[in-house]
Design a protein around this ligand. Structure first.
Ligand SMILES: [Zn+2]
Length: 617
């Protein structure tokens, strides 16, 4: 991060600008009205695909129509729908325990089996990432089902000495309850259900059953399906089951469930699991992935002059208009008492939405040599889904875009500070910003990094010179209290006017900004706390088995290994990869500086390369 002192070129200039904007302009009051509307209770926090999102899209379209913007060439209206996974539900999963009765045999001589079926939401539920399917086989109990990678020098493997190949594995949820704090802290990192499922799958298990042990805080309750935006299964059948199912599975094993859990709860790595050899089971997982449709809103203002001779005839400005809605499954920073309230998202991102509308309004009265695309993304809070859908199936060829400017959380200017990110994407940005800021008079901070957790990252990946504007985080971020009364409207208007002057230069310049690929030190692949840097940029919306790369970070290990956008990683460090979660867990196995084999698909061709992970900085 580089802080640039591009503050007021002349102090007097600053004072003049402040005095000028002290009187509220017409656009400032219009923006206030727009933010108040979008962030009102009626729009219910604009969650992706929700009725509130639809109301917001209608409102934005009405505003676009008012200012005379048009649907994009080739599109019949302003809406660009896209599909996403809103969550998943159990679709009637069940497990069947076939008990091998004592010594009894059937007429064919095979052991007689007594069959017991368990079903119902309080008894069995498919986990959100489960494959759908029916599997039958022998059953092995594997304690907490936790494997701490060797790289951690910790020595804990629930599968040590157990043969689970082609079998059904039963594990406890969570991690040993009575272990010392350091042990708990280490084991907790590998106790995520996704990780447990991956560990079981890597050892050849064909199904995983997870139960809350009787000594756990949720003792005996079935593990809920959970929230997961995955569009595909994780390569294993995985269900949560109630304590009653676990007891039935233990029945006849000669072991007591409570006593067994107590042993495991010591955290002693030598406490081992065992086969449940008096039963065979069938696990039938049914998952209903809830596919929903969300909507980007796209409009444009056609160039006023003739386009002849203009390099790249489009400039785009955009903002996400979705937010977290009410009672979001993830993303909220509200405490338990507030989480069910509407998350209004006035700053995040009614402010950016109003800014893009203000830019459109200004350009409806200004001459401009390039077409101006006005984009309003949905799905940003779920992982920049809307802008990703646009980049994946662009209604206008991406090589026709001269630049993209993004506005995400621009309503909370304080002390005249404005942050502009992604300035490393073109050499023209620092000077252009400095020149236009002479009139605007912000205390600017420029940050080169385009790998931001917002829509701008998709445009960077697409090789388009881009910027994103931001007035900083605050204590109301992702809480119901991000409300319209906390927006600084005078300065929001100044942000819009500043943007207009930048866009005017971009639409009118004979030459488009040249894109520069930024070398990057941070990795967007992982969860918090990963120590390994591979330089891969996953495409979260990809519906493929493996890790689809949306791009690679310039100069990073992945690029050096020859990986590129569109490649699908299917194995790394000997771990098969079916999705992003497998990949992040596999990263734990890598050693910094030690080359590791990567198997990937380029088109239909299976390829191999060596990647040398670097340390995350
Ligand atoms: Zn947000």
């Amino acid at each position: 991060m580089r802080r640039t002192a591009l503050s007021c070129a002349v102090v007097i200039g600053c004072l003049l600008v402040s005095a000028q904007t002290f009187a509220q302009t017409a656009t400032a009051s219009r923006m206030k009205q727009q933010v108040e509307t979008l962030a009102s209770d009626k729009f219910e926090g604009r969650f992706t695909g929700s009725p509130g999102e639809k109301l917001a899209a209608d409102y934005i379209i009405a505003e676009l129509t008012r200012i005379g913007a048009k649907p994009l060439p080739g599109m019949k209206d302003f809406r660009m729908p896209f599909e996403f996974t809103a969550g998943s539900k159990d679709g009637g999963s069940k497990v069947t325990i076939n008990r091998i009765s004592n010594g009894e045999v059937s007429t064919t001589g095979a052991p007689r089996l007594a069959s017991q079926e368990y079903t119902g939401a309080d008894t069995v539920q498919a986990l959100a990432f489960s494959d759908a399917g029916d599997v039958s086989g022998d059953v092995v109990f594997a304690g907490y089902g936790i494997v701490v990678p060797n790289s951690q020098d910790f020595g804990y493997d629930s599968y040590q000495g157990l043969d689970v190949n082609d079998k059904i594995v039963l594990v406890f949820r969570y991690f040993p309850e009575d272990a010392d704090q350091k042990t708990r802290a280490t084991l907790a990192r590998y106790s995520d259900l996704r990780y447990k499922a991956q560990a079981a799958r890597q050892r050849g298990a064909k199904a995983l059953i997870v139960v809350g042990g009787p000594r756990s805080s949720t003792g005996g309750q079935v593990v809920r399906a959970g929230f997961d935006t995955a569009t595909a299964g994780s390569g294993i059948v995985a269900v949560g089951a109630s304590g009653a199912v676990a007891r039935a599975m233990f029945q006849g094993s000669g072991k007591d469930l409570d006593a067994v859990q107590k042993d495991f709860d010591t955290g002693n790595p030598h406490v081992a699991g065992f086969a449940l050899s008096t039963i065979k089971m069938t696990v039938s997982a049914r998952v209903q992935r809830d596919l929903k449709t969300a909507t980007n809103v796209l409009a444009y203002l056609p160039a006023s002059g003739r386009l002849a001779g203009v390099d790249k005839p489009w400039v785009a400005v955009g903002a996400h208009y979705d937010h977290l809605g009410r009672n979001p499954s993830e993303g909220s920073l509200a405490d338990k008492t507030e989480i069910t309230q509407i998350h209004h998202g006035a700053d995040d991102n009614a402010s950016g939405t109003a800014t893009v509308l203000a830019i459109g309004e200004a350009f409806s009265k200004l001459d401009h040599r390039r077409n101006l695309l006005l984009a309003f993304w949905s799905g940003e809070e779920l992982g920049t889904l809307g802008s990703n859908a646009f980049i994946t199936k662009p209604p206008i060829p991406l090589d026709q875009f001269a630049a993209y400017l993004n506005f995400d959380m621009v309503g909370r200017v304080h002390d005249n500070k404005l942050i502009v990110q992604a300035t490393g994407t073109s050499a023209v940005w620092p000077k252009l910003l400095e020149q236009t800021n002479v009139a605007a008079g912000f205390d600017l901070t420029l940050q080169e990094d385009p790998y931001q957790p917002t829509d701008v990252s998709n445009f960077n990946t697409a090789g388009i010179a881009c910027l994103t504007f931001f007035t900083g985080s605050h204590s109301e971020y992702h809480k119901p209290s991000d409300t319209a009364d906390k927006i600084n409207y005078e300065d929001l208007d100044r942000v819009a006017q500043f943007a207009v002057s930048i866009v005017k230069r971009l639409t009118d310049a004979a030459e488009a900004p040249k894109f520069t690929k930024v070398e990057q030190k941070t990795d967007t692949a992982g969860r918090a706390g990963l120590r390994i840097f591979t330089g891969t940029i996953p495409d979260y919306a990809g519906d493929v088995k493996g890790l689809l790369l949306g791009g690679v970070i310039g100069g990073g290990p992945a690029e050096q290994a020859g990986l590129q956008k569109g490649d699908v990683i299917i194995e790394i460090a000997g771990q098969s990869i079916t999705n992003i979660y497998d990949y992040t867990y596999a990263l734990e196995l890598l050693k910094i500086g030690q080359p590791t084999k990567v198997i990937y698909l380029r088109g239909k061709e299976r390829r191999e390369t060596m990647l040398t992970p670097a340390a995350r900085k």
